[in-house]
Design a protein around this ligand. Structure first.
Ligand SMILES: [Zn+2]
Length: 342
């Protein structure tokens, strides 16, 4: 299908626009009359990132560079980039006042987690997804209205554009609804609406993340406006490493996912593969990555490419990468020392 396009034109348009999706937005997501200046904050706290930094750097995929996006289009995989922790996992989605109000209890205190902390961790991951989706419709419009290649068959392309645009708008609305729901749960202290799984692990995790994961084989289906999701945070505090997963209690798919993961004793190798496949906001230790066998790295690089493939037209991609998600590989040797569920 993609052969209709001139490859270079297509690449230039799409990498420029997709790049914006992950880099440009400055507005408070909790906007009200008390807002002050929007600040740049870290979704994965600097204090946690500094525990895995080497020479103040970690590997990260986000925001993707133009070269990385191009690699994904051409080779269906791309390498991570070394980035200073000051630039990793940053977010300009809240004003200073709201950022402090909403996240002080998880930024400056050890994670127990109390129910209140659990919802704040969830909120931060949801906000991250909201931030990404906000500009999607505008960007998709630009990709398709910009410079249509000469040989383009118009009718077909308009159909595709419409689908993508509808999805992007639905995705934005979905993310905003989730954010509003979680804010309401937090402010109304309706703790019973959220379920939590919290694992204390015996090491500082090599891979840290804070993001939403959509639980339908990982694929988003916006036909139903209540797409089940959970949030995943892997990070560290003064007690050590932890994994935090939260979901809305009326989400049977999330509960099912937790049950199936429990059957394999919360295997964190499986979680790492899911992070590389379905999440955007994650960072990892350079020496850990460099110590992995080439074949393991290749698998993770392909899985990561999967998370942006929907922006590109690559018919065989899904078929090729999907089986990799379920492969059994060793990436870490963590032990879970304590499991909390409520
Ligand atoms: Zn604000």
């Amino acid at each position: 299908m993609r052969q209709r396009y001139s490859l270079s034109t297509y690449q230039r348009m799409i990498t420029t626009e997709v790049h914006k999706l992950f880099t440009k937005n400055h507005a408070c997501l909790a906007k009200d009359s008390t807002c002050n200046k929007v600040i740049r904050a870290h979704i994965i706290p600097m204090s946690a990132l500094s525990k895995i930094a080497e020479d103040h750097e970690v590997y990260s995929y986000w925001p993707m560079s133009h070269q990385q996006l191009k690699d994904i289009q051409l080779y269906h995989m791309t390498s991570p980039r070394k980035q200073p922790i000051s630039k990793v996992s940053t977010f300009s989605g809240f004003c200073g006042r709201h950022d402090n109000d909403l996240f002080e209890p998880i930024d400056n205190h050890p994670i127990v987690p109390t129910q209140d902390q659990s919802i704040r961790l969830m909120l931060r991951a949801v906000a991250q997804s909201c931030y990404d989706a906000v500009r999607a419709p505008e960007i998709i419009t630009k990709i398709h209205s910009g410079r249509p290649p000469n040989k383009l068959r118009k009718a077909k392309n308009e159909g595709e554009t419409l689908d993508q645009l509808e999805n992007a708008v639905a995705s934005r609305e979905w993310a905003r609804t989730n954010l509003a729901d979680v804010l309401e749960i937090l402010r109304g202290e309706k703790f019973e609406h959220v379920r939590t799984l919290f694992l204390r692990i015996d090491q500082i995790p090599d891979v840290m993340c804070c993001d939403i994961i959509v639980l339908r084989g990982g694929l988003v289906d916006f036909e139903n406006d209540r797409v089940p999701f959970s949030t995943v945070t892997v990070s560290a505090d003064e007690f050590g490493g932890y994994v935090h997963i939260a979901w809305l209690k009326d989400s049977p798919i999330a509960a099912h996912f937790i049950d199936s993961w429990r059957k394999i004793h919360f295997d964190l190798n499986r979680l790492t593969r899911m992070i590389f496949t379905y999440l955007y906001n994650f960072a990892f230790r350079i020496s850990w990555w460099d110590s992995l066998p080439v074949v393991r790295r290749k698998t993770l690089m392909e899985l990561c490419a999967y998370s942006v493939h929907t922006f590109f037209d690559s018919p065989d991609f899904d078929k090729k990468v999907r089986p990799l998600v379920n492969k059994q590989h060793q990436y870490h040797r963590y032990d879970t020392v304590k499991v909390y569920e409520y």
